[in-house]
Every structure is written in C-alpha cells, then in structure tokens.
Design a protein around this ligand. Structure first.
Ligand SMILES: Nc1ncnc2c1ncn2[C@@H]1O[C@H](COP(=O)(O)OP(=O)(O)O)[C@@H](O)[C@H]1O
Ligand SMILES: [Mg+2]
Length: 259
C-alpha cells in the first residue's frame, strides 16, 4: 500500500543573479508503507531538494505530494502542523543540527514538548525510553552532544525522529559522515527499528554500494530527474542502465583502488 505518492513534482531555484536552476523536474515516485526506499545519485542531482519538499521545509512549484492520500502541498496552519508529526527528518551532521547548549534529553523530547504530548517533568523518563530504543544508556540523557561520538550523536538524531511515532522518517545522508564500521551499526539499528515498528524509511544517500544491501527499492536520480526505480536485489553489474552502472563502478573503484 502506498504511504507516499509524489506526482509530477517540480522545483526551480532562482539565484541572487536572477539565473534559475531546475533542481527537481517532473518527479513521480511511490513509496510503500513499511518500505525502506533509497534515493541515490551524484551530488547535486536533486536528492536533498526532494527531501525538503516531502518534509514540508520548502514548497513545491507544482505537482502533488500525497501522504496516505492527503496532498500535503496544499496544507496550511494547524493541518500542516499536525502533518509534520508524521514526517520526521534525520540530517547528515547531527553536530550541526543540534543546539550545543541543549542536553540530549531536551533534544530528543523537543518534538514531544512542542506538540504537548508530554509535560516537561516527564522529559527525562521519556528520553531514557527513546535512548534505549537506539541502543544508548540512560546516562546519555544528561550529556551534551559535543561530548559524544558521531555515531552516538546520530543515534540521538534517530531517537528524536522516533519520538512522535512518525509514519515516515527521511534520512538525508544520515550516515555519510560516519566511519564505515559505525555506518554499518547505524544501518543495523535502522533495520531493527523498522522491523519492530514498520516505519517507512526514505534513505537518501550518494553511495549506491551502501543502500543496495539493505534498501528494498532504489530510486536513481540524475540532473534533477528520476532515471529508474528498481528493487535493490536487481542492482547487478551489467544488468542496469549505464548511469546506474557508472554509480556502481564509482563505488567499486573507490573501495578497491590500489593504495
Ligand atoms: N536553496 C537553494 N538555492 C539555489 N540552488 C539550490 C538550493 N538548494 C539546492 N540548490 C541547487 O539545486 C541542485 C540540487 O541540489 P541538492 O538537492 O542539494 O542535490 P543533492 O542533495 O542530490 O546533492 C544543486 O545544483 C544545488 O546547487
Ligand atoms: Mg544532498
């Protein structure tokens, strides 16, 4: 069943000098409920632009984005605010995304307090519960993000994204800044969370080699457009379109290049 239907979405940016840049051109994709859906493509292909449209951070120029049949591009006021509960985002560098003055418990519980789901007095207890879901001890609740490793910070970002029980979590290059080994641990965590909660994950990443091992389907973007969408198991060398093949070859040459 479709959770998210993106229909003919377009987004053009106007630069300071008046020139324009088409970042998303006639994008149409469908993401199923409970699916791990990856969007891959080289830097500048329009992945983050699309993520920000789905997360209602930016408005579309034209097209529809349906969440369970509701066009979120037309929502306003309280209806828009309530829809935001369903769509959470995890960004690349959790160090930049979090205020350095906020403790982990406040970072994690901020969405819950904003939506008045819990009272301030319940924040620590709730934070500890969410920390456990991402494999972190209770003592992290009173820490500051700068005293933690990149992998731990990203777990906090995931805990925060889980707080409101969203239907969709968008992860935009969420593991790209992490070491390969830590990256693998975070992906295992995401797999586990998805198996338990059936949350739909939109995993955006420039590394096709990473997503092919855990996404259900992969959408390949190039120059603001969708090139193809295919099951991850069909990402077999020699059996994909030339652009997808070039992405796969690039991963291979980086990881296996002679020292
Ligand atoms: N706010 C913006 N203003 C102007 N151009 C932008 C803006 N955001 C993104 N772009 C441009 O849109 C294109 C797609 O960017 P982006 O969606 O960030 O790509 P990706 O995430 O795939 O690397 C790039 O050429 C980028 O420079
Ligand atoms: Mg990006």
């Amino acid at each position: 069943m479709a959770l998210l239907e993106i229909k003919n979405v377009n987004k053009t940016f106007t630069n300071d000098d008046g020139s324009t840049l088409v970042a998303n051109k006639d994008i149409s994709i469908t993401v199923n409920a409970g699916e791990t859906y990856a969007i891959v493509g080289e830097s500048g292909s329009g992945k983050s632009t699309l993520a920000n449209l789905i997360a209602m951070i930016n408005p579309v120029d034209s097209g529809e984005i349906l969440m369970e049949g509701t066009d979120i591009t037309t929502l306003k006021g309280e209806a828009k605010r309530q829809m935001r509960r369903n769509i959470q985002m995890v960004f690349q560098d959790p160090g930049d995304a979090f205020s350095p003055r906020m403790k982990v418990k406040d970072i994690i519980c901020e969405p819950l307090l904003n939506f008045k789901v819990i009272a301030k007095s319940q924040a620590k207890e709730k934070a500890i519960e969410l920390l456990a879901q991402v494999g972190l001890d209770a003592d992290f609740a009173d820490k500051y993000p700068h005293s933690m490793s990149g992998g731990q910070r990203q777990r906090v970002g995931i805990a925060r994204s889980l707080a409101l029980n969203p239907k969709l979590i968008i992860l935009d290059e969420a593991t790209s800044a992490l070491d390969v080994c830590v990256q693998q641990q975070v992906i295992e965590l995401l797999n586990q969370i998805q198996a338990e909660k059936q949350i739909t994950l939109l995993f955006i990443c420039h590394d096709i080699g990473l997503v092919r091992h855990f996404a259900h389907r992969v959408c390949v973007m190039q120059n603001a457009q969708v090139v193809e969408v295919l099951p991850a198991k069909d990402l077999v060398s020699g059996q994909v379109t030339p652009y997808t093949q070039s992405l796969m070859d690039a991963v291979f040459s980086v990881k296996h290049a002679p020292a």
